[in-house]
Design a protein around this ligand. Structure first.
Ligand SMILES: Nc1nc2c(c(=O)[nH]1)N[C@H]1C(S)=C(S)[C@@H](COP(=O)(O)O)O[C@H]1N2
Ligand SMILES: [Mo]
Length: 433
């Protein structure tokens, strides 16, 4: 113990140069109040992103086969529930929020990290074992936050550069981050509230550069010991961060709505138009990219139904069955969504045709796509039984285009887009899960 204290005393007297010395940090804006303002925004914002993220995991129906590739997921699914099929727009809303809010919070997260960066270089590295543990937990907090934001953004940009699979990594990362976040909030909340009370945000928003003064010296060493003269007011900083957030929001939000506003989503990789006429709406993966052989989608295509009975149906057979039309959204896990009018055969009718009882069976869906994460999916018993769940053959009054899943695709109300399998080849109705 005593040796440790002497080592620390020696370390304290011999800080490495540069950022390890408190005089290095000179911004007059840093301080507990400023950090707490960003912290407050993140407290609410990140909580909403986390909840919608966990909701998205439930929407995947990860307990059914193939829907969840996460190894050793056991405990993380403790809260899973049977995802509803109504209201049909719920997933569109929660997942749009997850992605949009995540993007909007990026500048706030960066500002918050900037405001506390002197702490990263705190010297000596740890005054006590307790402080060593606290600093290690911050590694999980900051590392976790950066990891979740970076993997999320790379994924929605369809830029899969990381050497691991997005889905389990983002899920595990979320739980590690969440644990560190809860501990962090529990420890810092009283300090944050105290700091927020130390200044009025209204007054700060009325204060220009000339009136900008550093916060009083603090025990947490956020306030600069030798502050430089301000070059921007706190109001200016909030304007910059808020403006950046609004810009990200404004250039992305359009991907969640239909109509002319969609063209304003300049940052969305799916913002472009695809297809023509009634099929002119977003294509997530084209038939060519997914190596769909057009020859296999021609007149020889047959839908295979597997249940107590096996049935093979041509597209003409399907078109001769009872057809139903519903206006339902596609809500992609990557945040974009669009509502279209689909016509097709009820999955429940197909289950009956295969000798199964809707409500008692889930469906295992396979596509013509040779391989890949989206080539198969499972739909829950509730989804199969919902009268609006379709094997769609037409959209907006026209035949499906090849890119939208011709000859037939799944459309299920309130399901994540990825479960709306295109180019369906076989539907197996099975009991259990
Ligand atoms: N076979 C197959 N089905 C698929 C996909 C795919 O890559 N292959 N993409 C899924 C995803 S992620 C979404 S969001 C929707 C998008 O449908 P769209 O391309 O018709 O807009 O299709 C789903 N169905
Ligand atoms: Mo998707």
């Amino acid at each position: 113990m005593r040796l440790g204290r002497r080592v620390n005393a020696w370390l304290e007297e011999h800080p490495p140069p540069g950022p390890f010395r408190p005089e290095f940090w000179r911004s007059p804006l840093r301080g507990p109040w400023l950090t707490s303002v960003f912290g407050l925004v993140l407290l609410f914002g990140i909580t909403a992103v986390t909840i919608t993220g966990l909701v998205s995991y439930a929407a995947y129906d990860p307990r059914l086969p193939v829907n969840d590739p996460t190894p050793e997921k056991g405990l993380l699914g403790f809260y899973l529930f049977d995802w509803p099929t109504r209201p049909p727009w719920l997933y569109r809303l929660t997942q749009g929020m997850h992605v949009l809010l995540g993007l909007t919070l990026v500048p706030v997260l960066l500002a918050k990290l900037w405001s506390v960066i002197p702490k990263l270089f705190a010297w000596p590295p740890a005054r006590s074992p307790a402080q060593a543990v606290e600093r290690a937990s911050l590694l999980l907090l900051v590392g976790g936050a950066v990891f979740e934001f970076v993997t999320g953004i790379l994924d929605i940009q369809l830029f899969y550069v990381f050497p691991f699979s997005f889905y389990p990594a983002h899920l595990y990362g979320a739980w590690i981050f969440l644990a560190a976040f809860v501990v962090h909030v529990a420890f810092k909340l009283p300090r944050m509230i105290r700091a927020l009370r130390s200044r009025s945000i209204r007054r700060e928003l009325r204060t220009g550069l000339a009136g900008t003064r550093p916060e009083p010296p603090d025990p947490y060493s956020l306030v600069a010991v030798h502050p430089a003269a301000p070059t921007v007011s706190r109001r200016g900083l909030f304007g910059f961060v808020g403006g950046a957030s609004l810009t990200l929001f404004g250039l992305s939000a359009g991907q969640c709505v239909d109509g002319p506003l969609r063209r304003t989503a300049l940052l969305a990789p799916h913002g472009r138009d695809y297809g023509t006429g009634p099929n002119d709406f977003q294509v997530n993966k084209t038939a060519a990219a997914m190596r769909i052989n057009p020859a296999r989608t021609g007149p020889d295509w047959r839908l295979q139904l597997v249940g107590p009975r096996r049935v093979r149906l041509s597209r003409t057979d399907l078109l001769a069955m009872a057809l139903h039309t519903y206006s339902l959204p596609i809500a992609c896990v990557e945040g974009w969504s669009t509502q279209q009018t689909w016509t097709g055969v009820r999955l429940a009718d197909l289950a009956r045709l295969a000798g199964a009882t809707p409500g008692e069976v889930y469906a295992f869906v396979e596509s013509l796509q040779p391989r890949g994460a989206f080539s198969k999916a499972s739909l829950s018993a509730r989804e199969v039984a919902d009268p609006r769940s379709l094997l769609a053959l037409r959209v907006n009054g026209a035949d499906l285009s090849l890119d939208h899943g011709f000859p037939a695709r799944i459309i299920v109300p309130n399901a994540p887009g990825v479960h709306n399998t295109k180019w369906v080849r076989r539907l197996s109705f099975r009991t259990g899960s």
